[in-house]
Design a binder for this molecule. Structure first.
Ligand code: MG
Length: 267
């Protein structure tokens, strides 16, 4: 396995966002330089998030508020991965969806229709439309044969003053009530990386996955054949690394190091 990466030779970069690009509403050091380098070198890139609630346009605006100009087509969410999965599996299918604009727009854009009578799938993301009523509806639709899909398998996500239950936790009551297991489309499902690579028009060997988590970012990059960078600007420390049976190709303090290393090594 490689122990360093020649970033100049790589064509595509898939980057996690939270803990890599920003923390909450705070941009991390070196990010502007990294994005500038991607543009200067004509690299293909995607910013990835398991959060299914935001549309690419909303993510574009979130980064714009931090002073970063990243066009909409460079964002890839678990909602888009879910929609791509369903379009591939069952073109023109119908769903009962619990989630926010990010999920609903992605489904509509993939030619999938909403159906609360006899849908092919029940699709769950995080969001405010979650209630006992929607849960009960979803449970009965699954009992009548709808297949159960989760946008991602995160159990919780950070909010101000604590954590909020995320998709995996929100779908659990439907699984318990019906005895059916959900299928999850976001990270660490390597499917999300493969569809991301397809969007970038890249082979896995030409691409790098950058993230701050071993159990989602690094493993999904690794399992889809990409080089992997663990950045220490988020949840992981050098100590975290030792508790896993696999390792990233390289460990860096933050994404700014990618630009600095690549510029220094450029022939
Ligand atoms: Mg992260």
């Amino acid at each position: 396995m490689e122990t360093s990466i020649n970033f100049n030779e790589k064509k595509g970069f898939i980057c996690d966002m939270d803990g890599v690009i920003y923390h909450g509403n705070r941009i991390l050091p070196g990010v502007a330089e990294f994005i500038q380098w991607l543009h200067d070198e004509d690299k293909e890139y995607l910013f990835l998030t398991n959060n299914s609630g935001y549309t690419p346009r909303e993510l574009n605006q979130k980064l714009a508020r931090m002073g970063l100009d990243v066009p909409e087509e460079h964002f890839y969410t678990s909602a888009l991965a879910t929609a791509a999965f369903l379009r591939e599996q069952a073109p023109g299918c119908s769903v009962f969806a619990i989630g926010e604009a990010g999920l609903l727009n992605a489904l509509y854009d993939a030619g999938i229709t909403m159906n609360d009578v006899n849908p092919d799938y029940v699709v769950v993301g995080e969001g405010r439309s979650y209630s006992l009523d929607t849960l009960t509806k979803a449970t009965n639709l699954v009992m009548h044969g709808a297949k159960l899909i989760g946008a991602n398998s995160d159990v919780s996500g950070p909010i101000e003053n604590g954590i909020a239950p995320a998709c995996r936790a929100l779908i659990a009551p439907i699984e318990m009530a019906t005895g059916k297991q959900a299928y999850f489309c976001g990270k660490p499902n390597p499917l999300m990386m493969r569809t991301g690579l397809k969007k970038l028009n890249c082979h896995s060997g030409e691409a790098v996955m950058v993230g701050d988590r071993m159990d989602t970012d690094v493993i999904s990059g690794l399992e889809s054949g990409m080089s992997t960078v663990l950045v220490l600007s988020g949840v992981s420390t050098r100590e975290t690394l030792k508790t896993y049976a696999y390792r990233p190709s390289v460990v860096l303090d933050g994404v700014g190091d990618i630009a600095a290393m690549a510029r220094a090594e450029k022939p």
